[in-house]
Design a protein around this ligand. Structure first.
Ligand code: SF4
Length: 405
């Protein structure tokens, strides 16, 4: 079977150029100074506005996985004492730090600052503490309280906002850079524009046939993660939106002869991206929506930028209760006319994966849509069993076909 049966986007060339430029400017000897290593849920708009360059070890972990070197790098970290149960983004990245010769692109340039926010998980705290000890550079930990109830409480917003004020002072202390309000407003406006475009692009997949499939979204999400707040991200998403609108207007689907519309939950399995989704394409199944790329869809309220950032970054999807996540997923099922869900039980990402059986039950009861759970890992190939996964996909798709959907 061909590894990619669906249609390639014309804007893929623009994206490749953009990401090549991004990593070329963040080579082992970077001229971008000061440079901060940040987690995917860190309030990067503040750093961008203060003239601090950023790089994302998680995105680098995904790159290592896509290049199929992550498992080797994980083993380097394991040999240094990191447990096999630690997130494979962390292990792959630490492996790249410890053995640069095996690291794609020669590894990431040495950081001047480290910034971690626990709105995605607690792993990043220990991971970044280890990096701070290794490089002997300052680390800022931003604590975003988990949202247990139905909404983010005002005192939690105040708590995070107060830390953001401290964060601004901390960046000034270590870099000498001040936060210029005009630049800050400009960066936030660009961040909001890119996020809005990204949300609109994803919403275009409510069309039948869907103009995009999950692998398109997983690849196209890179700039919204690593270049939020920049002109480059806005320009790319404008072009992508034009192309997606054109597909919708012409009735062109990402998957030829779309028959089934699916929802994906959790991080992509990067080293099997095209092959795995190819199994579904054989049945005419397209992943029209997913919870992962949805995570970068929240705008910042510009009325009070610091409080707006606090609200946005404390509200990310996996910082919320199972009930709240079930609501988001049930809404996706209705709006995108989904026939089935596939939940990747990702051994690495405990906060994303714990509760998925409960999620499948709740969303299934509310919508009548069945769900398949597949066990794997986003980077560590040792956890991926090709044949059992294929068999489960086949059985799931045959059930969908038999149900008359
Ligand atoms: S545990 Fe999950 S959220 Fe945390 S760094 Fe790993 S993949 Fe990201």
């Amino acid at each position: 079977m061909a590894e990619r049966k669906y249609r390639k986007l014309k804007t893929a060339t623009h994206l490749n150029r953009l990401m090549n430029w991004y990593y070329a400017t963040r080579g082992p000897v970077s001229r971008l100074k000061p440079l901060a290593w940040v987690t995917s849920g860190a309030p990067v708009e503040i750093l961008e506005a203060m003239g601090v360059a950023t790089v994302y070890p998680e995105n680098y972990g995904a790159l290592c996985s896509a290049q199929r070197v992550a498992t080797d790098l994980c083993q380097v970290a394991e040999a240094a004492g990191y447990a096999v149960d630690v997130c494979s983004y962390a292990r792959a990245h630490v492996g790249a730090v410890l053995d640069r010769r095996r690291a794609p692109l020669g590894g990431l340039p040495k950081p001047d600052l480290l910034v971690a926010c626990n709105n995605i998980c607690g792993t990043v705290l220990k991971w970044y503490q280890a990096l701070a000890q290794h490089y002997r550079v300052p680390l800022f930990l931003l604590d975003a309280p988990y949202i247990h109830g139905a909404r983010l409480e005002p005192h939690a917003v105040q708590y995070v906002a107060a830390q953001l004020e401290e964060f601004i002072a901390w960046v000034t202390r270590y870099t000498g850079r001040q936060l210029n309000q005009k630049k800050f407003t400009q960066v936030l406006a660009r961040s909001n524009e890119a996020v809005t475009l990204w949300r609109e692009i994803r919403e275009l997949c409510t069309a039948r046939p869907s103009p995009l499939n999950a692998p398109d979204l997983f690849v196209a999400m890179a700039p919204i993660v690593v270049l939020r707040g920049t002109r480059a991200a806005v320009s790319y998403y404008r072009k992508l939106k034009e192309e997606v609108e054109e597909r919708v207007a012409q009735g062109v689907g990402a998957v030829p002869d779309e028959r089934y519309r699916l929802l994906w939950d959790n991080i992509a399995i990067w080293y099997r991206l095209y092959r795995l989704f190819g199994y579904f394409v054989e049945y005419g199944a397209c992943f029209v929506v997913d919870t992962y790329t949805n995570a970068w869809s929240l705008n910042v309220d510009l009325g009070d930028p610091v409080e707006g950032l606090a609200r946005t970054y404390a509200s990310v999807f996996i910082n919320q209760s199972i009930q709240a996540r079930a609501e988001v997923m049930a809404d996706m099922v209705h709006r995108f006319q989904v026939d089935g869900m596939v939940l990747h039980s990702n051994r690495s990402c405990k906060p994303y994966s714990l509760g998925q059986y409960e999620l499948r039950r709740i969303v299934g009861e509310r919508t009548g849509v069945p769900g398949l759970i597949i066990e794997a890992d986003m980077c560590d190939t040792r956890v991926y069993a090709e044949e059992p996964i294929k068999t489960r996909i086949q059985a799931f798709m045959e059930t969908l076909m038999g149900s008359g959907r």
